[in-house]
Write a protein that binds this ligand. Structure first.
Ligand code: NAG
Ligand code: NAG
Ligand code: NAG
Length: 369
């Protein structure tokens, strides 16, 4: 037991010793042809002063041919940690850069870096943030109209139980993924071991959004149990899909406990389940509307808010790609773009069903949409 404790301390201690350099701040966002400053210092006092040359790369590569910033001159640093050196970064081209350092005297870790983003305009960045808040709000509110509608008519006959069931699982998986990346240090450690220069892909508002979404969909699920629903029930296909996915999560969980896969790999499986669910959850709802030839009981406000949120998130992706000159993040990883377009497509199907195909369907309830 004691040996284990000592070992544990040793591991922690050696990790803490890994870092040699401190960059303050550790990231800069500069407009093209402007400049900004940062300071570099040592984490701890060392024996002799060192000479540093800077390296220019990205998250994966230490050396890349780049003209994004003007190259920095070599510097002398130390030997005391209180002696920092000021660096002036002149931005030359729009793009993203990770700047590290090397020295003949001492080995500088691959992860001792600072990030530079050269952008077209700070105004566009403000716009990007505003768009981000608006779609975050639209998406968060979008869950409520359905809950309120169910509460008012005390009837969920117009709602696909398959959709609700899959949605609960999907948002729960997404919450597990976000919470793990944001709060579980073992997951973060494994992630940064794999991507020493990476950034945590999960932000605090992702965590809040997903927990909120999971709670509200769960509430909708409870409404489906309590309120009247004609004869329809969860379909056999949906039950099989649901049980298959839950079984996959349980089995891989057991494999993970016995170290067959790492906890990071296990957490990624939750995101794959969420992805799969996003691709299929709308289909049963569209089918129910088609079968009933009506969208009564299915909140169109929910759909409209989802549509606004989805469109704005795509718009934000394009502004980001333009301002950071980073089109590979859109077209290089088609998942986010594809999912966004897919949701928007289904929102359009629902809008078409509500306002065109079944606009005359007899409304048994007070006209709430
Ligand atoms: C930045 O400076 C270069 C050369 O000095 C010039 O050609 C370019 O137009 C400038 N870009 C902007 C956006 O000001
Ligand atoms: C840094 O600390 C050393 C002693 O540890 C001292 O000799 C030196 O003057 C200090 N330098 C500055 C810039 O404060
Ligand atoms: C840093 O660059 C100088 C020339 O600018 C070179 O003489 C020196 O060997 C380089 N040091 C390292 C660690 O690459």
């Amino acid at each position: 037991m004691n040996t284990l404790l000592v070992l544990f301390c040793f591991v922690n201690f050696s990790n803490a010793l890994d870092k040699i350099l401190v960059f303050e701040p550790n990231s800069l966002t500069i407009e093209i042809n402007k400049s900004d400053n940062l300071e570099v210092s040592l984490v701890d006092d060392i024996e002799n002063k060192i000479f540093l040359n800077f390296t220019y790369g990205d998250e994966n590569e230490e050396y890349l041919d780049t003209n994004i910033v003007e190259k920095l001159d070599p510097i002398e640093l130390g030997p005391f940690k209180n002696e920092s050196v000021k660096l002036k970064i002149n931005a030359r081209q729009v793009g993203h850069l990770v700047i590290g350092a090397k020295s003949n005297e001492i080995k500088i870790p691959f992860s001792d870096i600072f990030r530079v983003d050269v952008i077209h305009s700070h105004y566009i960045n403000i716009l990007i943030q505003i768009i981000g808040w608006v779609y975050f709000l639209a998406w968060s509110i979008s869950f409520y109209p359905q809950v309120i509608l169910n509460y008012r008519i005390k009837d969920v006959s117009g709602l696909s139980l398959d959709y609700i069931l899959l949605n609960i699982l999907g948002h729960s998986c997404y919450s597990v993924f976000n919470i793990s990346f944001y709060w579980i240090s073992q997951v973060q450690k494994e992630y940064f071991n794999k991507h020493p220069r990476g950034v945590n892909p999960v932000l605090l508002n992702d965590v809040f959004f997903s927990i909120h979404a999971a709670s509200i969909t769960l509430l909708t699920g409870i409404q489906c149990i309590v309120y009247k629903r004609s004869e329809h029930n969860v379909s056999t296909i949906a039950k099989i899909l649901f049980l298959t996915m839950v079984t996959i999560l349980l089995v891989t969980g057991i494999v993970c406990i016995f170290s067959g896969i790492s906890i990071l790999q296990y957490i990624y499986i939750f995101s794959y389940v969420k992805l799969a669910i996003t691709l299929m959850k709308y289909i049963p709802q569209a089918y129910i509307n088609y079968k009933r030839k009506s969208t009564v009981g299915w909140s169109i406000l929910n759909v409209l808010l989802d549509f606004v949120g989805g469109s704005l998130s795509l718009l934000q992706m394009f502004f980001l790609a333009y301002n950071y000159n980073d089109w590979t993040s859109i077209f290089g990883s088609p998942t986010k773009l594809g999912l966004g377009l897919f949701s928007i497509l289904f929102d359009l199907v629902f809008i078409f069903q509500h306002y065109v195909l079944y606009r005359n369907s007899t409304n048994e309830y007070s006209p709430i949409s």
